[in-house]
Design a protein around this ligand. Structure first.
Ligand SMILES: [Zn+2]
Length: 65
């Protein structure tokens, strides 16, 4: 089973309402097993950011790959 990183908190506003952005095409069972704060955004993305704040819509890179 995929281990999902914790979303953490927003560096801009401090909110904990943060989603993890998951790239690529997941398997249906991955989608079903993922926590509710994981967003599957597909293969076509604007940048390397993998966190999204629901409060201020900030996006950032949580950790270098
Ligand atoms: Zn924020």
């Amino acid at each position: 089973m995929t281990e999902w990183p914790l979303p953490g908190s927003c560096p801009a506003c401090g909110s904990g309402d943060v989603h993890v952005l998951a790239f690529g095409m997941p398997l249906p069972e991955e989608v079903a097993a993922a926590p509710p704060w994981v967003w599957f955004i597909g293969c076509v993305v604007d940048g390397p950011e993998d966190r999204h704040c629901l409060r201020c819509r900030n996006r950032w890179v949580a950790s270098p790959a």
